[in-house]
Design a protein around this ligand. Sequence first.
Ligand SMILES: [Zn+2]
Length: 74
Amino acid sequence: MDYQNSNDRPQRQMFDISSKGITCEECKKPITELPFEPTEREDGGYGKLYCYECNKKRMKDRGPRGNFGGGNRY
Ligand SMILES: [Zn+2]
């Protein structure tokens, strides 16, 4: 494999939010960075935010969308 071109793909930008004091809604750990910049709401909060780990877990739990009918066919 040629690894010289592996840097062509732009890295996902992470926003440093450690100064905002946001904690994860799930595990209550402080979130230091997010792939997007959270927007402050009128009440001064940022809504429900999850750390990377919990976000991943939630995505997994929810499963793929669009599978109506319930059953998996194999
Ligand atoms: Zn978390």
